[in-house]
Design a protein around this ligand. Structure first.
Ligand SMILES: [Zn+2]
Length: 171
């Protein structure tokens, strides 16, 4: 690591130490260089119609891997995106179905306990996704999603419970 690099405290990616550029989304964790890599991934997925379907999953993965600091907004974000991962990985939801379901997780009267993040949020980072042979494509994002989901295993039961409530309410 050079002095110009910094390790993202959330995902462990070694990224350029760039000035903080974010103005909104202050509840999301991670360092500016990691966010910049994420922004690059988003840009790539938006500019390639073949990657449109994996974009929403990538959002869930990044947010679940950068849960931020305790607070209502961060707690809600973690829950919504983790339920999203559960629906896609364990229930075979596509991104449209997942987005609809997630909108219901964040109901105005819902409460969200803070999920203290596991020590590691998985070995795969946004940098690996960008460097993968399919460069931000479905296979790389899926691998990243599975890695982050596995890292949250202490909370799988609780997250699956919330996903099940959601599915029951929808039927
Ligand atoms: Zn990061």
């Amino acid at each position: 690591m050079t002095t110009d690099s910094v390790r993202c405290p959330d995902c462990g990616a070694v990224v350029p130490d760039v000035p903080e550029l974010r103005t909104g989304h202050t509840y999301i964790g991670g360092v500016a260089g990691c966010w910049a890599a994420y922004t690059e991934l988003m840009g790539r997925q938006f500019s390639d119609p073949r990657l449109a379907g994996v974009h929403m999953l990538a959002v869930d993965v990044y947010m679940a891997q950068h849960p931020g600091t305790p607070g209502r907004q961060a707690a809600q974000s973690a829950w919504v995106h983790l339920v999203g991962l559960c629906l896609v990985l364990e229930h075979g939801f596509d991104v449209v179905m997942s987005a609809r379901a997630k909108a219901r997780v964040a109901a105005p009267d819902a409460t969200f306990e803070w999920l203290a993040p596991p020590a590691s949020l998985g070995p795969v980072t946004v940098l690996d996704v960008l460097a993968a042979p399919d460069a931000g494509g479905a296979a790389a994002v899926r691998c990243w999603a599975e890695s982050v989901w596995a890292a949250w295993s202490p909370y799988h039961a609780a997250i699956r419970g919330r996903a099940a409530e959601l599915l029951a309410a929808a039927s």
